[in-house]
Design a protein around this ligand. Sequence first.
Ligand code: SAH
Ligand code: SF4
Length: 359
Amino acid sequence: MSEISRSLPGLFPDELEQLVVSWGEPAYRGRQIFRWIQRDGVLDPSGMTDLPSQLRDRLESRRSEEVRRLRSIDGLTSKLLLQLHDGQQIEVVEMKTAPADEGGRKTICVSTQAGCAMGCVFCVTGQFGFARNLEAGEIVEQVLRFNMPREPVSNVVFMGMGEPLANYDETLRAIRLLTHPDGLRLGARRITLSTSGLVPQMRRLADEGLQIGLAVSLHAARDELRSSLMPVNRRWPIAEVIAAADHYVARTGRRVSFEYTLMAGVNDSDEQAGDLAGLLHGRLCHVNLIPLNPSEDASLHASNTQRALAFEARLRHAGIAATIRVNRGRDILAACGQLRLSEKKRREHVLPLPLGEGC
Ligand code: SAH
Ligand code: SF4
């Protein structure tokens, strides 16, 4: 992609400098624009008050529009549905552990694609299919929209819609923008990227010299089951995914997380917990057990609490660090793809608005 055709939040200071110099403006204006966008979160050029008005008028302001913003009843989870310049809709989720004045963390879960081509059977986004990759600027903008001076973003997780490693270059550019010293200055260790297991890109990421966290969506410890849940497993089976995760640990020294969505009667038996423990034995890792959020496939259900606890206990007993992730924001359809689906149905007059609407 030519740098000039990118939206402003996707450009580095030197690229913005080149842009303004090509218009006959001094180079430092480029750095000013970078700080306005990346540090102060001002996406509308008319708000960049120390720029001359003819320059502000010249800066294109292609950016997304808010379609809907929902907040959970406890106020800690918010969800934003954004419409991109070409009409595509994507979701961003904000999760706070506690209000900022109580020292809480603020994590933003960003999307990297409109839709997803991987087709995981339990995932609403996967069932939509793939529309297009997001540009780095469209990814960065999702974070900036939630960054407040008194409540800055502390963590970013690439766990929204899409497979980040299938949009490798734009995802990496977004990470480099978010960690830029003149911008948000997010620490790389505060960024986690989740992948369904694209092995070549996992290896490439390991060799980037970044300190970001890696989460790998496993969901099954045997190939036959994993292939039935995640078609990507037919291309890169479990052994290759684990080897790539080992390479990531070796190169970065960071522990890898494995995500395992618990589905009643599908992958949640004691025997399957034993298989998982055997697979991960001796590895520097952590297992995140995720209760299934409602999906399009009516035959899939979340495991009950008792089963989830038994599964977790079995892993811990085998020496594998494991935690059950608390599903938050259910009242605002916070799981991946759900809000976009509800908006579509609402437009078709099928669904009422979800709870929490109107904040
Ligand atoms: N595409 C990447 C990142 C986005 S999905 C990936 O698959 O890893 C983020 C996480 O949510 C993944 O672990 C994914 O498997 C999980 N997920 C998707 N649909 C889910 C559902 N209905 N319930 C619970 N977890 C789900
Ligand atoms: Fe894509 Fe991840 Fe959903 Fe699978 S779980 S379809 S990889 S977004």
